[in-house]
Design a protein around this ligand. Sequence first.
Ligand code: NAI
Ligand code: MG
Length: 359
Amino acid sequence: MKASIILLPGDGIGPEIVAQARLVLENVASQFGHEFGFASHPIGGIAIDEFGDPLPQATIDACKTSDAIMLGAVGGPKWDDPSAKTRPEAGLLKIRKELGLFANLRPIRLFAELVDASPLKREIIEGTDILFLRELTGGIYFGESGRSGSGKDEAAFQSMIYSVGEVERIVRLAAKAAQGRDGRLTSVDKANVLEPSRLWRQTAARVMADEFPDVKYDVVLVDAMAMHLINRPKDFDVVVTGNMFGDILTDAASMLPGSLGMLPSASLGDGGPGLYEPIHGSAPDIAGKGIANPLATILAAAMMLRHSLNLNAEAEAIEAAVQQVLADGLRTADIARGGEATSTEAMGAAVVQRLAGAQ
Ligand code: NAI
Ligand code: MG
């Protein structure tokens, strides 16, 4: 197949890790007989420096006509001046909005080879493989807010609103993801207290019964979920939840595997291009040193193949190659635990080599 892929390397380690993900994608294309076209565009601090805008219109236009987008990271101390008119992160929020990316997918997968990197006990986390879907463009973060009164009577409010349509679209996406995995979906809400959660629960139950009778479906309250995640993470397959609950739960869950440098994410909308990126930031403390872990971005490339290009075998080939380089003992500094560390480029090259060997 032919696909046009936009690369938004961004700042800090962004260009270093995106370069490795690109090499992996190019290798997949040649192995499996696809034609991937790549074009790089500026976003974040580098775009501010060059164009005075963290998301130039040309970048937006290129993204909108592409099949998928790969982002490195944005931000850094150079652009942290609080008096600055615009910040790199504004580019990130705007691109999500421009593309209507309402679902954030975050797989929490623990590679057996890295089980000792987790702060949790081996027997609790071994085998953990959860896919979170967090609603990204609605809920309390986007609700009306305000203040009234003064002194001790000063009060603030922020409203949480979800519509049936917003719930339906993310639940459908989550259920489809479950069909491609272990066939189980858990919806997390606070329906014992919150009205939007009751609407969420009602809507999700209807969608699941009408459209996905083959998916095993259950609901868990968010406070209980916080406990289960730490206590029995391997019991979950796909988890779908609202914006705020997802924000908190995914950050907690990202600590299960113990390393930021291993975790990819995807943001998807209705049919248009998806945006794929590592969950970590631009890591200014190690930028330019050639030691960043490229595996989160490479795993994000696998998500791109699976979710935007419908290339499942290709996605699995990348994930298997990553698993193999870990089994070979290769570790970048963040996962080396004091042992010998390999460079960003050597790690990328090892994945490419394993991919080539797989065919
Ligand atoms: P960070 O994720 O960039 O770094 C946290 C720590 O993890 C650092 O010690 C870093 O060296 C390490 N680290 C992160 N990714 C790594 C990798 N691939 N390999 C090895 N080590 C890695 O978070 P921090 O330091 O809070 O933020 C730095 C900048 O990144 C800030 O300007 C922040 O706003 C921005 N940021 C951007 C994000 C994005 O573009 N999506 C997300 C989070 C932060
Ligand atoms: Mg957060």
